[in-house]
Design a protein around this ligand. Structure first.
Ligand SMILES: C[S@@+](CC[C@H](N)C(=O)[O-])C[C@H]1O[C@@H](n2cnc3c(N)ncnc32)[C@H](O)[C@@H]1O
Length: 323
C-alpha cells in the first residue's frame, strides 16, 4: 500500500485484464450492452461532475441540501466513534458533508476511477487532517480485501453509498450489494444510502436528456474510451444517446443507438451494428421508500430512518445491520 503524508492508497488495478473481454462479450451478444463501470475513466468522471451541476439533474443538489439539513441527525444516530467506508466516492462533495458531520476516526473511499479518487481523497485529507484516510482504487462489484485494513478498533462501521448509484444495479444485484455492505458494517453497524425516488416521468426524462448534451457526451465517452484504450475505431457521430423511463419496471434506461449499418473493429474482432441497433449502457432504477426499505430488510438491515426532501424527489436511508 502506498502512503503519503495525508492518505494511504491501495491500488487494486480494477481496470486491467477484463476490459477487452467485457467489451467483446457485451457487443457480440444479440442484446448488446456494456457494463456502466466503464463510463468512469478520467474524462467520464469529469463529465459526470458536469452532469451533477446541470439544472435538469436534480439528484445531486437535492441530496447535498438534504445532507446539509440532516448531517447532525445522521451523526447522532451513528454515534461518536465511527469508521466510514464509502463506495463510489467520486468527486467527494457529499463525503465532505458527511465527514464534517460525523468526524469519523477513519474514512475509506472505494472508487474505480483512480485519478479522481486520489485527487478527491487528497483534498479531503487536507481538510480533515485528524481523520485517517484510505483510498482504495477497486471495483466494488468484486470482492475487495477491506479486511486488510485495520478498521479503527471499536468504531461503528458506517457504509456510505450516495448518489443513487445503487439504482445502477438490477434489484437482485442491488440485494447482493446490500448484503455485502451489511457484512462490511458488521452487526450494529450502519449504512447511509441515497436513493432516487419514483416521480413524474417528465422530470426523469429531462434529467437524463439535458439540453446541453452533457449526458449524451458522458454516454458516448464509453465508445471513445474503447477507441483510446483498446484501439477500436468507433465513429461516435454514428451513434446517438437515448435515455427513456420505463414506468412499468421503474427505471431509466440509457442506450447508444447505431444511426446506420456499420462494422466496427475492436481488438481482432469485427462487430456489426445494424441501423437502429442499440447498446444498453446503464439502468437507473427508482424506488419508493417502502420498496427500498423492503429490499434493505431482505438484505438483513433494519431501516431505522428515512429522510425525504420537501419536493419528494430523493431519499436518504439510515439502515442498521440487524445480523
Ligand atoms: C453515479 S457516480 C456517483 C458519484 C458520487 N458518489 C455522487 O454521489 O455524486 C458513481 C461513482 O461510482 C464509481 N463507480 C462506478 N462503478 C464502480 C465500480 N464497479 N467499482 C467502484 N467504483 C465504481 C464511479 O467512478 C463514480 O465515482
Amino acid at each position: 500500500m502506498a502512503s503519503n503524508a495525508s492518505f494511504e492508497y491501495l491500488d487494486l488495478k480494477p481496470g486491467t485484464g477484463s476490459f477487452l473481454e467485457d467489451v467483446i462479450a457485451g457487443l457480440s451478444s444479440s442484446a448488446k450492452s456494456l457494463p456502466p463501470k466503464y463510463f468512469y475513466d478520467a474524462r467520464g468522471s469529469a463529465l459526470f461532475d458536469r452532469i451533477c451541476e446541470l439544472p435538469e439533474y436534480y439528484p445531486t443538489r437535492t441530496e447535498l441540501a438534504m445532507l446539509e439539513a440532516n448531517g447532525a441527525d445522521i451523526a447522532e444516530r451513528a454515534g461518536a466513534a465511527t469508521a466510514v467506508v464509502e463506495y463510489g466516492s467520486g468527486a467527494g462533495r457529499k463525503t465532505r458533508l458527511l465527514v464534517d458531520a460525523l468526524r469519523p476516526r477513519m474514512y475509506v473511499a472505494v472508487d474505480i476511477s483512480g485519478e479522481q479518487l486520489q485527487s478527491a481523497v487528497g483534498e479531503l485529507a487536507a481538510t480533515f487532517p485528524d481523520v485517517r484516510m484510505v483510498a482504495v482504487c477497486g471495483d466494488y462489484t468484486r470482492p475487495l480485501p477491506l479486511h486488510q485494513l485495520d478498521m479503527a478498533n471499536g468504531a461503528r462501521r458506517v457504509v456510505y453509498f450516495p448518489g443513487s448509484t445503487i439504482g445502477n444495479f438490477d434489484p437482485s444485484d442491488a440485494l447482493a450489494f446490500l448484503e455485502n455492505a451489511r457484512a462490511v458494517a458488521g452487526v450494529g453497524g450502519a449504512m447511509v444510502v441515497g436513493v432516487d425516488l419514483k416521480k413524474d416521468p417528465a422530470l426523469l426524462h429531462a434529467a437524463y436528456n439535458d439540453a446541453q448534451g452533457v449526458t449524451a457526451a458522458f454516454n458516448l465517452n464509453v465508445l471513445e474510451r474503447i477507441n483510446r484504450e483498446l484501439g477500436a475505431n468507433f465513429d461516435v457521430t454514428r451513434f446517438e444517446h437515448c435515455a427513456h423511463y420505463d414506468a412499468q419496471i421503474g427505471r431509466i434506461e440509457m442506450h447508444l443507438v447505431s444511426l446506420c449499418d456499420q462494422v466496427v473493429t475492436v481488438g481482432h474482432r469485427e462487430l456489426r451494428f445494424a441501423a437502429g441497433a442499440s447498446i444498453h449502457t446503464e439502468n437507473s432504477y427508482k424506488y419508493s421508500v417502502p420498496e427500498f426499505q423492503a429490499l434493505a430488510k431482505q438484505a438483513g438491515f433494519n431501516p431505522e430512518h428515512c429522510w425525504v426532501d420537501p419536493q419528494r424527489l430523493f431519499s436518504i436511508h439510515y439502515l442498521v445491520a440487524a445480523r
